[in-house]
Structures are given as structure tokens and as C-alpha cells.
Design a protein. Structure first.
Ligand SMILES: Nc1ncnc2c1ncn2[C@@H]1O[C@H](COP(=O)(O)OP(=O)(O)OP(=O)(O)O)[C@@H](O)[C@H]1O
Ligand SMILES: [Mg+2]
Lengths: 240, 293
């Protein structure tokens, strides 16, 4: 079997005395959409932040494309991994265009950057209409599109998303997830963490269930969607 | 009429020198959210490098100025690496950075007391200070005009760097959200070093002009308190604010000195600070302090 694109092995992270991840192992293969679902405080953001080097990895390994990922964020980005952070974190006093250009910061190929800008504007035409507007004036959904576009501007092989559905109306969530599918179709591997388990499982090929810092369940998303433990714990409220 | 015009020019000239110092202050504040009290030290380092280069290597202001800017820039970067980086990597509490900067300002000042001695030194007369008649309207000194022009050139350069360059964009992004800037592939430590280098360089330009105006001594850096007031009046973290605040301060000082009494000028400066803090604590151009998690 081909080597996975991202492989997290036995990863632990602590904040002071609180241990947020207890030996988490998971992998993402090239071309896949993988989701990690879990409740508040399960450690989803911690997992992505540890991959990005935002929080210190206490023990364990993170292997990307056969090599250990560096420990500093800017080096991780240079390797071809980028994160759409929780709560979007767009740069509100900068314009939409400037936000996208910041995403391309490590790159030098101006021609390619221009092409990718067109690509992102093609994915999210609403951003193009608002390209000279300050990002802080965008609606929540548009800000999420911008955060995704910004992460794509580094031309990642692996795109990490931390709860892209947070605070969005269901119809917008559907739009955003449709775009993610399209982005994946254009060759970007995706790892998504979500509380919105149903949507995430419907979008993804495989899923992991994270509970208080441990992976407690994993499998094909279509199987997880009908798994009684999952439906009881994570899909309960939404079930009709 | 002549006196008024003269005091206005002097005020703007003094204000523009404050602005060189205040923008460095504000630039550092905008990224790391603390007031760097060692900033005055950078100005003194610049002043002494200029002084010694002129006295040892001969009277070439271009060489002396260049070395002075470079040296103060490097000193600022080293100060950050030695005293601030270890702290900011361990904690988010900016109070520790502020205290470290107070410490560094004392260290720098005393290095010069020991190495150069406490006495007042006049720079060799490489910067003209002769009177100039402006269109027969008023008389001012060449020095005031020169400092105004030089400050204008450097501030314009800074503005172009911040607005047009790739690192300028990165600095604007980092000023809003440093942590997220790191996720964009920006080497945050390098960015902070660049910011300190620029701040140190601009402080050195201010230091050279202040050394000519007031002579050079190890405590000359104390004058940054006025640039600090200017930065607060304009709104900490805002570059246009720092410039406007500095011009207001320079004008207030010179008009007070010219028409009321020279002894009241510092009183006026600090009254401006108090009024700002009472009426609009965020300053003229300051943003509301937003939550930075
Ligand atoms: N900076 C921090 N300092 C201390 N504890 C933290 C920190 N960040 C997270 N934690 C703790 O680590 C655990 C995991 O947090 P994390 O943010 O990864 O959860 P999450 O699954 O992303 O939750 P949510 O769905 O609410 O975003 C929680 O118990 C949280 O309180
Ligand atoms: Mg989270």
C-alpha cells in the first residue's frame, strides 16, 4: 500500500498540567478527505495545531510525505501544509486581495501566484467582487471563504480545516462543503475537524472519532454515519 | 508674524524628529503590544556611533550616518533577541517585556556612562546650523529645515515599505494577529527582527538630530518619553497617529516656548498626555483595544 501523505503517530500534547492529546495516531492518504469529529474540548484544534507546529508536540511523530514535519509553522507551510484556523482569523484591516496575497507569502513565482489568485476567485466569485473591500466588512460566510482561499494561496498539498462550519447557517455550510469537495477534486488532500459530525461524515471518505484526547473509533465515513455509537453521541440532535 | 512663522517651522521640525522616534515605538508596539522603553537607548547608540565615526574617521556625515543607522538597527535586533525573545517565547504576558525593556534601557545608558563617560559632547559641525532667510518672510536655521527634510524622506520611505512591500504587508498582518501571521508561512522571528531593525534605524536618525540640537550624553534617550507621549496622543500602534501626534507635540512645545515661557513646554507636553488619556485613551488614530487571544 502506498505510504500515507500525512501520518500522525502516537502524538501527545500537554498544556501545563492538562494533557490534551494522549498518543493519537491517524493518517491521511493522498487525495482523500478525512474528518476528525469530536465534542467541545476533545482536542481537535490541538491536533491540527500540533501538526502545524503552533503548539509543541510533546512526544510522537508527524510524518508528511515520508519526512518528519518541521516544528515551526512557517517551515510546515513551506512543506505544503496549510491551516484554515478555527474562527477564520482573517486579517480584518487588510483588503480581501491582501489577505489572499498574505497566504502566498512564502512563494516567489509571481506568475503562478496570479494564476492561483484567479483559481481562488473562480472557486469563490464573491471574493472577487469584494477584492478591494476590507476583510472585516465581509459576512461570516464570506470570511470563511476568504480563510479557505487564503490557505489555498500557499498551494498546499494538504489542507487542514478547523471547524469551517462554525457559526454558519446550514445553507452556507452546504455551499462551503461543496466547494471543499471541488477543491479536493482539483488535487488537494483535505483533513477536516468538525463538531458538525453529520456534514463532515457526508463529505469525507474516512473519519476518526476523538474523545478527550484519544481516538476511540475510526472507519469509512459511510460506516460511521450508521454506527450506533456515533449516531447516539454525535448525530443524536440532528436525527429526524 | 515673523516669529509665529519661525516657531511654526521650528515646531514642525522638532515634531518631525519626534516622529522618527515615535513611529519606531509604535511599530514595535503594534506587533508585540508593549512599550519598548529601551527605544531611547537605540537613539543614544546611533548618536555615539555617529560621534565617534566623525571624530575618528573624519568629517564625512554620509559614512557616519550610515554606520550609525546600521549600528543602531543591529543593536535593536540584538536587544530583542537577547532580552525579549526568551520572554515572549515563554509567556503571553506583555508586562514582562515592558519590565525587560526598562532594564535594557538602564543597561544601555550605563554602558555609555562607563565607556564614553557622562559628559556632554557636541557633534563635529558637519550639519549646518546657520540661519536661513525664507522668502524674506522669516528666519529659521538650516538645521531645522534639514531635519524636517530628512525626517520627511525617512518617514516616506517607511510608509512605502509598509504599504508596498511584501514584508510591509506581513507586518500589517502581524500587527493585527501575530499568531495567525505565523500560519501564513511568515517567519515571525525574522519579522520581529526586521521591525526592530527599522525602529532602531529611525531612532538613530532622530538621535543624530537630537545630538546636534541638545548635544550628546548617555541620558539623551530620556527624550523618547516625548516621542512616547506623541505615540500615545496619536494612538499607540498607529503609524499615521505617531506622526500626527509628534507634530502636535513639537508645535505645542515650540509655540509655548516662543509665546509663553520656555519653562512651560514640558508641562504642556504632559498636559497633552493627560488630556488624551482622559478624553480619548486610544489616541487620535488608535483602534479600540480588540481582544487578542
Ligand atoms: N492554550 C491552552 N491552554 C490550556 N489548555 C488548553 C489550551 N488550549 C486547549 N486547551 C485544553 O485542551 C483541551 C482540548 O482543547 P481543543 O481546543 O483542542 O479542543 P477542541 O476539540 O478543538 O474543542 P472545540 O470544539 O471547542 O474547538 C481542552 O480541555 C482545552 O481546555
Ligand atoms: Mg477547536
Amino acid at each position: 500500500m502506498a505510504e500515507p501523505l500525512l501520518s500522525v503517530q502516537n502524538l501527545s500534547v500537554t498544556y501545563g498540567v492538562i494533557r490534551a492529546l494522549h498518543g493519537v495516531s491517524m493518517e491521511v492518504r493522498e487525495g482523500e478527505i478525512v474528518c476528525v469529529i469530536g465534542a467541545n474540548g476533545a482536542g481537535k484544534s490541538t491536533l491540527l495545531n500540533a501538526v502545524m507546529g503552533v503548539v509543541r508536540r510533546e512526544s510522537g511523530e508527524v510524518i508528511f510525505d515520508g519526512k518528519p514535519l518541521p516544528r515551526r509553522s512557517y517551515q510546515v507551510v513551506a512543506q505544503g501544509v496549510s491551516l484554515v484556523p478555527e474562527g477564520r482569523r482573517i486579517f480584518s484591516p487588510l483588503t480581501v486581495h491582501e489577505n489572499l496575497m498574505i497566504g502566498a507569502f512564502p512563494r516567489k513565482d509571481m506568475r503562478q501566484i496570479e494564476e492561483d489568485l484567479e483559481w481562488v476567485y473562480g472557486l469563490f466569485p464573491r471574493l472577487q467582487e469584494r477584492k478591494d473591500q476590507y476583510a472585516g466588512t465581509l459576512s461570516g460566510g464570506e470570511q470563511q471563504m476568504l480563510a479557505i482561499g487564503r490557505a489555498l494561496m500557499s498551494r498546499p498539498r494538504l489542507l487542514l480545516l478547523d471547524e469551517p462550519s462554525l457559526g454558519l447557517a446550514p445553507i452556507l455550510i452546504r455551499d462551503i462543503f461543496k466547494e471543499l469537495k471541488r477543491i479536493n477534486g482539483e488535487g488537494v488532500t483535505i483533513l477536516l475537524v468538525e463538531q458538525n459530525a453529520r456534514q463532515a461524515l457526508m463529505l469525507s471518505n474516512r473519519g476518526y472519532v476523538l474523545q478527550t484526547g484519544r481516538i476511540v473509533l475510526q472507519g469509512r465515513s459511510q460506516d460511521l454515519l450508521v454506527n450506533p455509537d456515533v449516531t447516539a453521541a454525535y448525530l443524536g440532535k440532528l436525527k429526524k | 508674524m515673523g516669529t509665529l512663522a519661525q516657531q511654526l517651522i521650528n515646531g514642525i521640525s522638532l515634531g518631525s524628529v519626534y516622529a522618527l522616534i515615535a513611529v519606531g515605538y509604535s511599530l514595535v508596539y503594534s506587533i508585540l503590544l508593549f512599550s519598548n522603553f529601551a527605544h531611547g537607548g537605540f537613539l543614544v547608540i546611533g548618536g555615539y556611533i555617529c560621534y565617534y565615526t566623525l571624530t575618528v574617521l573624519g568629517n564625512n556625515i554620509w559614512v557616519a550616518g550610515g554606520l550609525s543607522l546600521l549600528g543602531a538597527g543591529i543593536a535593536a535586533v540584538l536587544t530583542e533577541r537577547i532580552a525579549y525573545k526568551p520572554i515572549r517565547e515563554r509567556t503571553n504576558i506583555t508586562l514582562y517585556l515592558l519590565i525587560a525593556s526598562l532594564g535594557m534601557s538602564i543597561v544601555i545608558e550605563n554602558i555609555f556612562v562607563i565607556v564614553a563617560g557622562g559628559r556632554f559632547r557636541a557633534l563635529p559641525p558637519v550639519i549646518p546650523t546657520n540661519p536661513v532667510h525664507l522668502f524674506g518672510l522669516t528666519t529659521t536655521s538650516a538645521f531645522d529645515l534639514l531635519s524636517l527634510v530628512v525626517a520627511f524622506v525617512f518617514l516616506t520611505g517607511l510608509q512605502l515599505f509598509i504599504v508596498k512591500s511584501k514584508w510591509g504587508l506581513a507586518i500589517r498582518a502581524a500587527a493585527f494577529d501575530l499568531k495567525t501571521a505565523g500560519l501564513m508561512g511568515i517567519n515571525v522571528n525574522l519579522l520581529i527582527s526586521i521591525v526592530f531593525f527599522v525602529a532602531g534605524m529611525l531612532a538613530a536618525v532622530g538621535g543624530i538630530f537630537l545630538s546636534v540640537r541638545y548635544t550628546l550624553y548617555p541620558q539623551l534617550g530620556g527624550i523618547t518619553i516625548k516621542a512616547f507621549v506623541a505615540a500615545v496622543v496619536g494612538g499607540l500602534g498607529s503609524l499615521p497617529g505617531a506622526v500626527v501626534g509628534s507634530l502636535i507635540l513639537g508645535l505645542a512645545e515650540m509655540l509655548t516656548a516662543g509665546f509663553i515661557s520656555s519653562q512651560l513646554r514640558d508641562l504642556v507636553v504632559f498636559s497633552l498626555l493627560v488630556i488624551t488619556l482622559l478624553v480619548k485613551p486610544t489616541g487620535l488614530f488608535g483602534k479600540k483595544p480588540t481582544e487578542k487571544v
